[in-house]
Every structure is written in C-alpha cells, then in structure tokens.
Design a protein around this ligand. Structure first.
Ligand SMILES: *Cc1c(COP(=O)(O)O)cnc(C)c1O
Length: 376
C-alpha cells in the first residue's frame, strides 16, 4: 500500500504533468510574470466556471477577505458577524482592520452558520456577515441573504474550502459557492480543492462597482497609474500560478467527484459505528469535501488521533481551539461557555485523509484501524 498522506499533491501533479510543465514553461518563455495574459485568461475562465460577472485574482485567501472588508467601507467600531469555528484567517482580517468580530455558533451537524444565533447577534453596528463554507459545504445562503436584505448588511462568503460546490436556492436556481453574497473570496493554497503551486487567491462579485473597488484596492488603491484614490495594498496572483490554475480548473469537477466518491466510501462503513457521525451535507448544498470530518461520541478523540498517526494515518483536527478562545482574540470579550456548540465540536471532530488520489486499499486500512480502536 502507498503511504497515506493528508493530501497527495505529488500524485495529483504526476497525472497532469505534461500539461502543467508546458503551461509553466510557456510563462517562463514569455517572461510576463506579473499580470500577464495567463492571469487574464484564468480570470475569464473562472468567471465562466462560477457563473459570476467578475473574478479579481489576488495573492491569497486571507488577502481576499481583507480586501473584501476594505471594499465595503467597514470602519472601526463596525461589527462583523462570523463563526468562531473556522480557520483563523476569517477573524484575523476583521481584527487587523480594527473592526469588531462578533462570533456566532455553527450548526452542530453541518458546521455552517447557525442562523438563529446570527439573528440574535445583529445590532445597530452590524456591518457585514462572513459565512464560511466550512469543509466544503455551503452555509444557508437563502436565509443569510434574507437577513442581509432586512438589515442592509453586506455578505462576504469565505469560499476557501468550497470552490466548485453548488448551492440550490429555494427559488430553484443553482449557484456556485462564492457567487451568492455581495463578495465571495477563495484561496488557491496548494491543499485547497483548486490549489496552485504556491500562494494564490481570488474575489468574486456580480456588482460592477464593487469589482472596480476590489481591483483598485488590490492594486495600491490606484485606478490610473500613480494616482491613488484610496489606501490599498499589493496583492497579485502571479502568472505561473495562473497557468497552473488554468490547467487544474479543467479537472476541478473530476476532483470534486473523486472526493465525493472517497467520502461516500468512508461514510458507508464508518456510519455503521454508533460512536461515529459521518459528515452531514446541509440542505440545498452539495459538498466539496475539502475535509472529511467525523464527530465522535464516547471515544477519546485525541487518543484515536494518536493511534491513527502512529499507524501512518495523518488524521488531523480542524480546529482544536475555536477562535473566540484563542489568546489573541480574548479581548473581544468572549469566554468559555459563550459558544457551547462550537466549544463542544472542537473536542469531538476529527478529519480523515481526504484527497483525489485516495485508494480503496488505503481507505480500508483507515476504516479498519478506526474500527479496531473503537471496538478494542
Ligand atoms: C485557507 C483558508 C483561508 C486563507 O487562505 P490563504 O490562502 O491561506 O490565505 C481563509 N479561510 C478559510 C476558511 C480557509 O480554509
């Protein structure tokens, strides 16, 4: 059996090596390393794929969130509602801009924003909500857009883990994750579902004015060279990464299918154990399975993780400490007991190896090892 990896980027590369090598060498030959034609072509192809009017590439998914918050003119004192059960980047940019993160619960079964808690935490100062499509499945965007309309809020979808996931709204329309809110953001970090060979990110919007603003802020606040209408930053996707992404975008649907195949296989066998709850897909959403995350009942999660790790199975915990309890974030006034669902989840979740190259033999080994631990 091949050694099991959390993500197997090398095998994935070897399957498309000739396409990738040619694309990368072409960029090197062209020497258009920054803002070259590859970036514009990738942008257009991603717009088409997502069915969104504008894609604005940038340097990484964290920048994408920061630039999005800058583009909606959030001012210090404004409150931004976001889950605590997420990767730190979502809250970090709120804090960096002097805004106030207001942490809300997630649904205990599907890990996306708890709509009731969002409603309960809206105040006069609320400016925006950042739902996170955690592990690859969409938050309840119908409800979130309704709340946005009622309270005149901006919605920034953190789609770093869900690029390529489809959402079906109540009206019957289907949308790509990241194309529903006012702005969507994503990351092309190598291990993400659409990953490049370094850092990369993008913002998506259907709003022409917001698109122009996002583009301006990502480029030092300039529309005309050396004329700076706002404070901006320097956040670019480079041409080599764009060339890699153009090749991989063509395979994204296949990658998503392969992840779903692996997820179904896990769930079929792990679901037989009463101590394990396989991941639940929220109503109205597909799942991209960026992570395959189980919940454990009556099992020592940390001991199981160690046991698997010792067998060469890189199971991992996303995320062991919720943001509201991180030392750097206690100044926002949240403490132990304030988000009981989130706090409980951080103690029972375990993510299993999940990537497009997982073989049945490897999955059988993982499944049997978990069964051995639980029933021993
Ligand atoms: C990866 C990730 C980010 C940040 O993306 P980077 O490209 O690493 O900056 C933001 N939010 C979520 C939910 C992520 O998983």
């Amino acid at each position: 059996m091949k050694p099991i990896q959390l993500v197997d980027l090398h095998t994935q590369y070897s399957r498309i090596k000739s396409e990738i090598d040619e694309a990368v060498l072409d960029v090197i030959e062209s020497s258009a390393y920054i803002n070259g034609p590859e970036v514009k072509k990738f942008q257009a192809e991603l717009e088409e794929y997502l069915g969104v009017k504008h894609v604005i590439p940038c340097a990484n998914g964290t920048d994408a969130l920061q630039i999005a918050l800058m583009a909606i003119d959030a001012e210090p004192g404004d409150e931004i509602i976001t889950p605590s059960f997420t990767y730190i980047a979502t809250a970090e940019v709120i804090a960096l801009l002097g805004l106030t993160p207001i942490f809300v619960e997630v649904d205990t079964d599907n890990f996306t924003l708890d709509i009731e808690d969002v409603r309960a935490k809206i105040t006069e100062k609320t400016k925006a909500i950042i739902p996170v499509h955690l592990y690859g499945a969409c938050a309840d965007m119908d409800a979130i857009m309704e709340i946005a309309d009622e309270h005149d809020l901006k919605i920034i979808e953190d789609t770093a883990q869900a690029i390529g996931t489809t959402y079906r709204s109540k009206s019957g329309q289907t949308h790509s994750a990241g194309s529903i809110g006012h702005i969507g953001t994503t990351s092309f970090f190598p291990s993400k579902n659409l990953g490049c060979f370094g850092d990369g990110g993008a913002m998506m919007t259907n709003d022409d004015d917001l698109a122009a603003k996002l583009r301006m802020i990502a480029n030092h606040g300039q529309r005309i060279k050396y004329i700076h209408d706002s404070i901006g930053c320097n956040s670019r996707l480079d041409s080599i990464q764009a060339a890699v992404l153009r090749v991989k975008l063509k395979h994204l649907d296949t990658y998503t299918q392969e992840r779903n195949r692996a997820a179904n296989y896990y769930s079929q066998y792990l679901g037989e154990l009463e101590q394990i709850q396989p991941p639940q897909t929220p109503e109205n959403s597909d799942h991209g399975f960026h992570q395959y995350t189980i919940k454990l009942t009556g099992v020592d999660r940390d001991a199981l993780k160690e046991y698997l790790n010792d067998l060469g199975i890189p199971a991992n915990i996303y995320y062991p400490v919720p943001v509201h309890l991180q030392k750097g974030y206690t100044k926002y006034g949240f403490g132990v007991g304030d988000l009981p669902v989130t706090e409980a989840l951080s103690e029972v979740v375990l993510s299993l190896p999940m990537h497009t190259e997982l073989e049945k033999e490897q999955q059988d080994f993982i499944i049997n090892s978990i069964k051995d631990f639980i029933t021993k």
